[in-house]
Design a protein around this ligand. Sequence first.
Ligand SMILES: Cc1cc2nc3c(=O)[nH]c(=O)nc-3n(C[C@H](O)[C@H](O)[C@H](O)COP(=O)(O)O)c2cc1C
Length: 197
Amino acid sequence: MEFNEVIKKRRMTREFSNKEVQYCDIEAIIEAGSLAPTCNHLRQWDFVIIDDRMIINILAKCVKNYSSSASKPKNPYEDMCNYAFPRQQSMIEEAQFIILPIIKENSLYKATNMFSLMHFADTWCAIENMFLKATELGLGCSMHVPSMEEQNNIFNLIKCKKGYALTCIIGIGYPSETAYYPEEIEFDRKRIHRNRW
Ligand SMILES: Cc1cc2nc3c(=O)[nH]c(=O)nc-3n(C[C@H](O)[C@H](O)[C@H](O)COP(=O)(O)O)c2cc1C
């Protein structure tokens, strides 16, 4: 797939089919993530891959759906919320693989400036690379950002070491035929500022 096509095709998938995903594809996705830039040159990500059905099901139960939004969506944002909010749990349950990008907690929760957030930013660089690779392979990804309670329950489940933080929960699978993609909101090009604001 051509590069621009991959970028345009990447969407958040929240309904998966039960078609089997090959482990070599997950390895290729992790490899793409691991080529992302890191603030200190050290590539210190940890990725926990989960494909044990029992663990995925328990992990899904650690997550709460977001509370419901507008009943009749008036715009693409509300439409996205209406579709996404009730699917936080099921989009994990339906995934064939889960990837948990995990970082050292360090100064993350006491962040007062950008430097404190650099390791956090590293994982987001890796996450986007992984989404793009998955798209190229014809796979879909979901993403849930966990609350502190959800993180703690998931860390108990996977026996994560102390002092770490969970960036998000990525679900990977082939999109189901019913997967819905809310209308995209176009970037307002007036927000590009040249030489001065
Ligand atoms: C930082 C970040 C956090 C997000 N958290 C969630 C989430 O918790 N649950 C969810 O369903 N989608 C989440 N999303 C996905 C966005 O809703 C989605 O990217 C956005 O609606 C644009 O749609 P698209 O990715 O299909 O282009 C998150 C995206 C980003 C960048």
